[in-house]
Design a protein. Structure first.
Lengths: 116, 235
């Protein structure tokens, strides 16, 4: 009986973890806010890596229809690469931001100039 | 004939009494307002993109601006707006030498528009961040002022002073007695994670805004009911 209950609750936890209920905007933020907060509170290579993982996880999970990459995520990932000195990868993500959100055009232009 | 007149009189008196009774009963009717009436500036300008500036902190909690800046992008984007990446714009502002309260307030919104291409700029002042603890729990009371300014006209599109109280008790006391409860509260106070509080405060503030272009209710929410104090200059 007890085992059954545990199995059931595990199953429920697993299922709820799996099915991401999309917001009406479709934006999928994953752990973004939490890892950004941790990084800003105590900047270190490990908190930065955790935040980068959040950004990459958002991009990996978003499929373009049901779940969408929210504003700024591509640009932020690009900025992390730029700060690490990888301007080629940085520019790739900056361009992706501009393609997804034309509202970012001017900011992205400035960022690409910086990278170049 | 006579009885007819009496009835007329009676019904007139009753009618008057009824009116009096009704008016006494009804809560002072406040004029219903729509989002369109409260946020006329936003409906006419239709800002699509928002630059969020670092918060100006007047509270005693030094970490409050950090909580705010990490948790504002999500609710604001879910309200339908393109939010410029805050860590990126904050770094650029810092490089430009404008990153604290007084400096930010001195820059005209138009200048931010030229620098970042945003349609509007969001200024936030954190007035208070007060934590209270009781024997078995506590709460956080956060006072904020939001001001959204058009970068095209320098006009204020949104002025909102909000006070949010969030219960941080969780589910305390499970029959451990007063001493147990005190110890539990002490432990919880030491370990209290305020980030979820900041997230809730931001959600409970920006939801009053009209929906932006990325939300399905964009433009069709103009007739939904709102409140005049959702967009009123702080006195």
């Amino acid at each position: 009986m007890h085992k059954k209950l545990i199995a059931l609750s595990l199953c429920a936890a697993f299922m709820s973890g799996c099915a991401i209920q999309p917001h009406p905007t479709g934006f999928y933020w994953g752990n973004y806010s939490r890892t950004l907060y941790e990084y800003q509170k105590s900047p270190s290579p490990s908190t930065l890596e955790a935040h980068q993982n959040s950004l990459e996880d958002i991009i990996a999970k978003a499929d373009g229809s049901r779940l969408k990459v929210p504003p700024g995520v591509y640009a932020e990932l690009g900025k992390i690469y730029l700060d690490k000195g990888d301007s080629t990868t940085a520019v790739k993500w900056f361009q992706q931001e501009a393609t997804s959100f034309p509202e970012s055009a001017q900011l992205i232009k400035t960022l690409i100039e910086k990278a170049g | 004939m006579k009885s007819n007149a009496t009835i007329k009189k009676l019904s007139a008196v009753l009618g008057l009494a009824g009116t009096l009774w009704l008016s006494g009963c009804a809560v002072t009717p406040s004029e219903p307002v729509t989002r369109q009436e409260v946020f006329g500036g936003i409906y006419s300008e239709k800002p699509a993109s928002i630059l969020v500036l670092p918060a100006i902190n007047h509270s005693t909690a030094a970490e409050a601006p950090l909580y705010y800046s990490a948790s504002i992008a999500q609710p604001l984007s879910e309200q339908g707006y393109y939010v410029l990446p805050i860590p990126v714009t904050n770094a650029m502002l810092q490089q430009a030498g404008i990153s604290d309260g007084a400096q930010l307030a001195a820059v005209p919104a138009k200048r931010f528009g030229e620098m970042f291409g945003a349609d509007a700029v969001l200024f936030v002042t954190i007035d208070s961040w007060d934590t209270s603890y009781y024997v078995v729990g506590g709460n956080v009371s956060v006072g904020l002022q939001f001001r959204l300014v058009s970068t095209k006209t320098n006009e204020t599109l949104w002025n909102y002073q909000n006070k949010v109280v969030i219960d941080t008790s969780g589910n305390a006391n499970n029959g451990a007695g007063l001493l147990g409860a005190l110890i539990e509260t002490a432990i919880k106070t030491a370990q209290q994670d305020y980030f979820p509080v900041a997230q809730q405060v931001n959600y409970r503030s920006v939801w009053v805004l009209p929906h932006g272009k990325f939300h399905p209710n964009h433009a069709v929410d103009a007739t939904t009911l709102s409140r005049a104090d959702y967009n009123r200059k702080a006195e």
